[in-house]
Design a protein around this ligand. Structure first.
Ligand code: FE
Ligand code: FE
Length: 306
C-alpha cells in the first residue's frame, strides 16, 4: 500500500520551526563551554558562531512547539508510530528523488529564511567532504534529514517530526530542553514510566531505548534495512537530534560498550549539521553526479521503500 502526500501540510512552517530549533541549539552550544571532541571539525574553526540571527522569537516559538511535543510523546504513541511504520510503505523513490521531493514539499521561497532542504543536506555533506572525512560520512550528511518526509507521509503534526529527541518509558531528564513542559505528559509521574530507569535497565544499550518518534528514528530504520552504511552512520542519523545525550550528558547510565564509540561519532557529526548553514550555497546540479555515485556505493537498491 502506498499512501499519498497529505495536501494540507505547511512545509514552510515546518522549515521555519526547524530553523528556530537549530538556532536555539546553536545558542545552547554557545552558552555551554565546548568540550574537546574526539575528532575536531576544522571547517568551522574560524567561523564567528555569534553571527546567527536573533533568537528571542525563535525561543518563544520553539517553547510553544516543545510544550506540545512534550505532552504528546508518550510510550503509547511511540508504540503506535513504530507499528504504523512497520506495516506501511509510504513511497518508493531513489535517495535523490527523496531529496527533491523534500525540497518541493518544504517550499524554499520563504524570503528571509534560509536554505532549501537540498541545500542544507549538500552543505552538510560538502563540509564533511572538505574536511576529508570518509565517504560514508559524507553520504550521512547528505541524507540525515530525509526523515522529514514523514511530515507529509503520515505524521500527526510537527511535534512527531522535528525537535530534540529523548527517551520515553523512563523519567524525563532535566537535561532535555524546557524540562518543565513535561508536566502534562500522561507518562510524567507514571508508576513505571515516571521512575528513573522506567522500563529499562542500566547498561541496556541505547539501541534498546525507545526514543521519541521523529525524522531521526524514521530514517534510521529505513537506512538500517536498505543500505550498507556502517554503525557510526546509523548512530549519526538516529541520534543527531538527541541533544540531551550528545550535548547534555544525560542518560549515560543506559549506554553499553558500543555506545561510547557511537557517541563520539554523533558528536563528530553535530557541527556539520548545525554550523554548515552559513557556508556558500551549493549548486545541486553541479554536485549531483558525485553524490549519485556515492549513493550507489551504499544503497544496493536504487529505489528505496520509504
Ligand atoms: Fe535533523
Ligand atoms: Fe540537519
Amino acid at each position: 500500500m502506498t499512501i499519498s502526500v497529505q495536501e494540507d501540510r505547511d512545509g514552510q512552517a515546518l522549515e521555519s520551526l526547524s530553523d528556530n530549533i537549530d538556532a536555539v541549539n546553536i545558542l545552547k552550544g554557545q552558552i555551554k563551554k565546548e568540550k574537546a571532541m574526539h575528532e575536531a571539525s576544522e571547517f568551522d574553526a574560524n567561523k564567528d558562531k555569534t553571527q546567527f540571527r536573533q533568537y528571542e522569537d525563535a525561543c518563544d516559538r520553539v517553547k510553544n512547539f516543545y510544550r506540545e511535543q512534550h505532552e504528546k510523546q508518550t510510550v503509547a504513541y511511540n508504540l503506535k508510530a513504530r507499528n504504523d511504520f512497520k506495516f506501511k510503505t509510504r513511497a518508493e523513490m531513489t535517495i535523490w528523488e527523496a531529496m527533491e521531493k523534500l525540497n518541493t514539499l518544504i517550499d524554499e521561497s520563504d524570503p528571509d529564511t534560509s536554505l532549501s532542504q537540498i541545500e542544507h543536506l549538500l552543505q552538510s555533506a560538502e563540509a564533511i567532504r572538505r574536511d576529508g572525512k570518509p565517504r560514508w560520512m559524507q553520504l550521512t550528511g547528505l541524507i540525515h534529514d530525509l526523515g522529514k518526509l514523514l511530515f507529509f507521509y503520515g505524521a500527526e503534526g510537527q511535534w512527531d517530526v522535528v525537535g530534540d529527541t529523548f527517551p520515553v518509558g523512563c523519567a524525563f531528564d532535566k537535561g532535555i530542553i524546557y524540562p518543565d513542559t513535561f508536566k502534562n505528559n500522561p507518562d510524567h509521574g507514571h508508576e513505571v514510566y515516571g521512575t528513573k530507569n522506567g522500563i529499562y535497565t542500566p547498561g541496556c544499550g541505547m539501541d534498546n531505548i525507545m526514543l521519541s518518534w521523529g525524522h531521526d528514528e524514521y530514517l534510521y530504520h529505513i537506512v538500517k534495512d536498505q543500505s550498507t552504511l556502517p554503525a557510526e552512520a546509523l548512530a549519526m542519523i538516529r541520534y543527531h537530534s538527541f541533544y540531551p545525550w550528545h550535548s547534555a550528558d544525560a542518560y549515560t547510565e543506559f549506554m553499553d560498550e558500543h555506545d561510547h564509540k557511537m557517541l563520539e561519532a554523533v558528536k563528530a557529526f553535530n557541527p556539520y549539521d548545525l554550523y554548515s548553514k552559513s557556508d556558500d550555497v551549493p549548486n545541486a546540479e553541479v554536485l549531483k553526479p558525485y553524490y549519485l555515485e556515492l549513493i550507489d556505493e551504499f544503497f544496493p537498491n536504487k529505489v528505496i521503500k520509504w
